[in-house]
Design a protein around this ligand. Structure first.
Ligand SMILES: [Fe+2]
Length: 337
């Protein structure tokens, strides 16, 4: 058995976490590791916008993850800058992830498919919330490249379950199928530990905070970054029923730890750019990824900051520009180049 790369040699500090799982430690158990990355948003110079710095940040994270020798990598959505529009961006990052020396397990984020569903236009005039709602065609585009939109597997003493949470509350045909699969997970063979991965955090501050109002400019982002009721409570009950240790999410690009109902909610960092750093007093927008070390009776979480953050300039608008604002004449690479 290969020894773990000592974290001390990499200049990393460990952040012990709350856990539930085995009641007794196994002295003979060999600890092992997996990594989690989210919001890498790798883009393309064929697009109406491109941030080469974000691609470079992913290359940096990629090298750091390889050096840590995890048994697998979880990718928690927003793999691409605009995979919801360009299938070629999804294909490019799929080929990149497939060339890693360990397995990758992937769910989409809203930039890869479309956003969680809005039932009306929100407070921001720079985007069309209804037009951004995820569609069945976008889900099909993603799954045609990456495979199933929900999955679960066991590695040693850990079960990992994950799903495309933009579907929750959408009313799309895929939603009934998703809830059926989620319900069936209550009967899955349990492991000592269970983690779930999704893209959107379940809540901002606490599970019972209620729905945020998309039309309230003071709370648009609270709405944008979380799961609406009744899906939130239904998912929370599922996590409780499936003896979940932790739920790992992305989307906000700011690290924040929550604990509720005996479950750790890890709001994970991004590698592309920082965001929402003022939302919590203890939020940390430093770019990087998580490394998890799995022991017999607990899981240890380590934040790994990017060794280098690129500032290379690109072009095009940020956010969710309306279709008329997508100017492909600015692309650094044109069709046929
Ligand atoms: Fe996102």
């Amino acid at each position: 058995m290969k020894p773990l790369v000592p974290l001390g040699t990499l200049g990393l500090s460990c952040l012990p976490i709350l856990f539930s799982g085995c009641s007794e430690a196994d002295d003979h158990f060999v600890p092992w590791r997996f990594a989690h990355v989210a919001d890498i948003q790798v883009g393309s110079p064929r697009s109406f916008r491109f941030a080469p710095a974000w691609n470079e940040n992913w290359r940096t994270a990629r090298g750091q993850i390889i050096a840590l020798e995890p048994e697998f990598l979880l990718v928690g959505g927003d793999l691409s800058r605009d995979g919801s529009i360009h299938g070629f961006e999804l294909e490019a990052i799929k080929a990149d992830l497939d060339s890693l020396p360990f397995p990758c397990h992937v769910i989409p984020g809203n930039m890869d498919t479309g956003n969680k569903h809005a039932d009306r236009q929100g407070a921001r005039g720079d985007r069309d919330d209804l037009l951004l709602n995820v569609t069945s065609e976008q889900l099909e585009q993603f799954s045609s490249v990456f495979g199933p939109l929900w999955w679960s597997f066991v590695q040693k003493n850990l079960r990992v379950s994950a799903f495309c949470d933009m579907i929750v509350g959408s009313g799309l045909p895929e939603e009934a199928q998703l809830w059926e699969w989620l319900g069936a997970q209550k009967k899955a063979v349990p492991a000592a530990h269970h983690i779930w991965m999704m893209h959107y955090p379940l809540f901002v501050d606490r599970p019972d905070e209620g729905n945020w109002d998309i039309a309230d400019s003071n709370h648009y982002l609270d709405w944008y970054f979380t799961i609406d009721e009744p899906g939130r409570s239904r998912l929370l009950q599922l996590f409780i029923d499936t003896r979940t240790d932790r739920v790992i999410t992305g989307h906000v690009h700011c690290r924040k730890d929550h604990h509720a109902h005996g479950i750790a909610f890890d709001l994970a960092p991004a590698t592309c750019f920082a965001q929402w750093q003022d939302r919590w007093p203890d939020g940390d927008p430093t770019l990087g990824f998580y490394l998890y070390t799995v022991y017999s009776d607990y899981i240890e979480k380590t934040f790994v900051p990017l060794e280098k953050v690129s500032s290379r300039p690109g072009y095009g608008p940020g956010g969710h520009p309306k279709p008329a604002e997508r100017d492909y004449s600015r692309a650094w690479e044109k069709e046929g180049d």
